[in-house]
Design a protein around this ligand. Structure first.
Ligand SMILES: Cc1cc2nc3c(=O)[nH]c(=O)nc-3n(C[C@H](O)[C@H](O)[C@H](O)COP(=O)(O)OP(=O)(O)OC[C@H]3O[C@@H](n4cnc5c(N)ncnc54)[C@H](O)[C@@H]3O)c2cc1C
Length: 561
C-alpha cells in the first residue's frame, strides 16, 4: 500500500521545478515590456498544448513565438523507428499543427541537424529566447547542451521547464538527499514525503501573434517523403496526437468503476481488445500529460473506493515515474556495460535465436502471436511483454536483454528510453527484480486467460482452425490432426526452437551461477550506492526480491506448462 501523501501547495510552487506563474489571461500585448522576446519554442516530446509548462513559460515571456519541430536526420538514419511509430509521430505533429492553427499559429517543421537549424534560425528570425522542455535522455542532454552553447554565444537566452513526468526528477533527487532507490516501494515512499505532483495547467487561453513567415517552406512531411513505405504500417488502431490522447483518456474515464477497480494482475495479456488503457504511446510522445492523467484519477478516486498502488492505475504511473527517475541518474542505463544498476550476466550470442524471436518463428504460438501483434500493431499488453522478454532472456533463449530492447525500440509505439531499458532489466532479472527462478511458461501462461487460443488464431492464421487442445503446443498434435487442419509442424509452422521444460531448468542454474558471481553489496536500497551490483566473485545469497513487482501475475515458482 502506498504511504499517504502530504498535501502541499503545488502548481505555482517554483520549488517543484515547474515555476510557472498563473496562466496569462490577456492576449499577448506588444507593448508589454516583459514580453519583448522573439522566442523559438522547440517541440520535441510534449506534443501538446495542455499542461505544457515550458510552452506556457515561452508564452509568458514572449511577444512572438516560433513553434518549431526539428526532424533530426540522426533519428531518421540512426534511431530504430519502425513505420508504425513514424506514422504515430507524423499524426501527432499534424494534430499539434491543428491545435496551433486554433491559436492563430502554425507548426514550423524544419529538417536538419538541430545545431545547424538553431545557428541559422536565431539570426534569420532575430531570436532572443529559446524555450523547450527539459529531457533526461543521454542523446537529448548532449544535444541540448550543444544548442545552449550556440545560443549563449549568440547572446540568446535558453529557458527550460520540466514537464514529462509527474515530478521534476532533479527536484526529487534533491529532496531525496541525492539517493536513487532501486525498489519501487522506497521510491514511492520518497515521493510521499514530497507530496502530490503539480496539478496540470490548462492550454494557453490566448492566441499567438501572427508571424510573417512562408509556411510552405515548413510543411509536415508525409511518410513517403521521409522514405517510409505506408504499406509497411499495420492497421491504424491508435492514431497519434493530443486530440486523440484526450479523447482516449476521457473514453476510459467514462467507466469509473473500471478505473477504480483496475488491478493490473486482473488484466489479460491476450484479450482481443486491450485490457489496459493504451495511453502509453500518448504519454511517450507527450500528447498526454502524465499529470493530467494522474489528477483525473484523483478526481475519480475521491468519489469512491479504489484499488491502490502498485496494482492500481496510479501505481502504473508511479512505475513510469520510478523508471524515469532511475534512468535519469544512472550512467549507461540502456546498456549492460558500465551500467551500475545492472547485473553483469554473460548472455549467449545467438543471433539466429534473436532473429527467430523477432520474426515470430519460435514455434511457440503464444510467443509468436505476441511478436506478430507487436510488429504489426505496435502495442502489446504488459504481461505479454513479460512473456516474450522472459522467453528471450533468462527463460528460454538466454540472449541478452539489449537485443530484445532493440527490437522493442523498433516496433513499439510507446518506446520510451528509460521505460524500455528498465523493464528489460526487470524481466531479465538484471536489476529491480531478482526472482530469476520464476519463469513464465510459453505454453501455460497464455492458456490461463485464453483457453481457446483465440488470440493465437488471430495473429497466427495458419493455426486458425487448430483444436484448442493443441493450439498452445501444436507439435503435440497427431500428424493426422495437423494435416486435417492444414498445418503440419516443421512445414507450415516451425517446430519449437527449444524444449522449454529442459532449457528453462538449465537456464535457472545458469542464472543462479551468474547471481553468485555478481553479488549485491547490500540489499538496503535506502542508499543507492550500497545497493548496486558489483562483479565480485563472492557467493552470497541472491538479494531479497522486490515485493511489489509490475509483474503482477507471478508465474509459478518452477517453470511448468
Ligand atoms: C520488456 C518491457 C518493455 C517495456 N517497454 C516500454 C516502453 O518502451 N515504453 C512504455 O511506455 N512502457 C514500456 N513497458 C511498460 C508497460 O508494458 C507499458 O507501459 C504498458 O503496457 C502500456 O500499456 P497501457 O498504456 O495500457 O498501460 P496501463 O496499464 O494502462 O498503465 C498506464 C500507464 O502507466 C505506465 N506504465 C504502466 N506499466 C508500466 C511499467 N511497467 N513501466 C513503466 N511505465 C508503466 C505507462 O505509461 C502506461 O501508459 C515495457 C514493459 C516490458 C515488460
Amino acid at each position: 500500500m502506498a504511504p499517504k501523501r502530504e498535501k502541499i501547495k503545488n502548481e505555482s510552487d517554483p520549488s517543484l521545478g515547474f515555476g510557472l506563474k498563473n496562466e496569462p489571461s490577456e492576449p499577448i500585448n506588444a507593448t508589454d515590456m516583459e514580453k519583448t522576446a522573439k522566442c523559438i519554442y522547440w517541440f520535441r516530446k510534449a506534443l501538446r498544448l495542455h499542461d505544457n509548462p515550458s510552452l506556457m513559460h515561452a508564452i509568458q515571456k514572449s511577444q512572438y513565438i516560433y513553434p518549431i519541430f526539428i526532424l533530426d536526420p540522426w533519428f531518421v538514419q540512426k534511431a530504430k523507428v519502425g513505420p508504425n511509430r513514424w506514422r504515430f509521430l507524423l499524426q501527432s505533429l499534424n494534430d499539434l499543427n491543428e491545435q496551433l492553427i486554433r491559436k492563430n499559429s502554425r507548426l514550423i517543421l524544419i529538417r536538419g541537424n538541430p545545431s545547424a537549424v538553431f545557428a541559422e534560425k536565431i539570426k534569420e528570425w532575430d531570436i532572443n529566447l529559446i524555450c523547450f522542455e527539459t529531457d533526461t535522455e543521454p542523446y537529448a542532454k548532449l544535444r541540448d547542451q550543444e544548442i545552449t552553447k550556440i545560443a549563449t554565444e549568440l547572446n540568446v537566452k535558453v529557458e527550460t521547464k520540466y514537464g514529462h513526468t509527474l515530478y521534476n526528477p532533479d527536484y526529487v533527487y534533491k529532496k531525496n538527499n541525492e539517493k536513487i532507490p532501486l525498489q519501487y516501494q522506497s521510491f514511492v515512499g520518497a515521493l510521499a514525503k514530497i507530496g502530490d505532483p503539480p496539478k496540470p495547467i490548462d492550454e494557453p487561453s490566448n492566441v499567438f501573434n501572427k508571424l510573417e513567415i512562408d509556411y510552405d517552406l515548413y510543411k509536415i512531411p508525409d511518410l513517403v517523403s521521409i522514405g517510409i513505405d505506408p504499406s509497411a504500417c499495420g492497421p491504424l488502431l491508435f492514431p497519434g496526437g493530443e486530440t486523440e490522447a484526450l479523447r482516449r483518456l476521457e473514453d476510459k474515464f467514462k467507466n469509473e468503476s473500471w478505473i477504480c477497480s483496475f488491478e493490473k494482475p486482473n488484466t489479460s495479456p491476450n484479450s482481443l481488445a486491450p485490457s489496459t488503457t493504451v495511453l502509453s504511446p500518448y504519454l511517450k510522445f507527450g500528447c498526454l500529460s502524465a499529470r493530467k492523467f494522474y489528477w483525473r484519477l484523483k478526481q475519480v478516486y475521491a468519489k469512491r473506493k479504489h484499488s491502490m498502488p502498485p496494482v492500481s492505475l496510479e501505481g502504473q504511473l508511479l512505475f513510469r515515474e520510478f523508471f524515469y527517475y532511475v534512468g535519469a541518474f544512472t550512467p549507461n542505463f540502456n546498456k549492460i556495460e558500465g551500467n551500475p544498476v545492472c547485473r553483469q550476466i554473460k548472455w549467449d550470442d545467438k543471433p539466429e535465436y534473436v532473429k527467430a524471436w523477432k520474426e515470430a518463428r519460435t514455434g511457440f504460438p503464444f510467443i509468436d502471436a505476441i511478436m506478430t501483434q507487436l510488429r504489426t500493431e505496435g502495442w502489446i499488453h504488459h504481461l505479454a511483454r513479460h512473456a516474450v522478454a522472459c522467453f528471450l532472456t533468462r527463460g528460454d533463449l538466454y540472449c541478452s536483454w539489449e537485443k530484445g530492447q532493440e527490437v522493442f525500440e523498433e516496433y513499439l509505439l510507446d518506446q520510451d528510453w528509460s521505460l524500455n531499458a528498465a523493464n528489460w532489466m526487470w524481466l531479465s532479472a538484471s536489476a529491480f527484480f531478482h526472482q530469476y527462478f520464476r519463469v513464465y511458461s510459453p505454453i501455460g501462461f497464455g492458456k490461463k486467460t485464453d483457453e481457446n487460443g483465440d488470440y493465437i488464431r488471430k495473429y497466427i492464421p495458419v493455426l486458425k482452425t487448430f483444436p484448442a487442445k493443441y493450439i498452445f503446443e501444436p507439435w503435440t498434435a497427431p500428424l493426422e490432426v495437423q494435416k486435417r487442419h492444414n498445418c503440419v509442424i516443421g512445414k507450415d509452422y516451425p517446430r519449437p526452437i527449444v524444449d522449454h521444460n529442459v532449457i528453462s531448468k538449465i537456464n535457472i542454474s545458469r542464472m543462479k551461477k551468474a547471481y553468485e558471481e555478481s553479488k549485491l553489496v547490500s540489499t538496503d536500497d535506502g542508499d543507492d550506492k550500497k545497493s548496486r551490483p558489483t562483479s565480485s566473485k563472492s557467493t552470497k545469497n541472491p538479494p531479497k526480491s522486490e515485493k511489489t513487482s509490475p509483474d503482477t501475475r507471478p508465474p509459478s515458482k518452477k517453470s511448468k506448462n
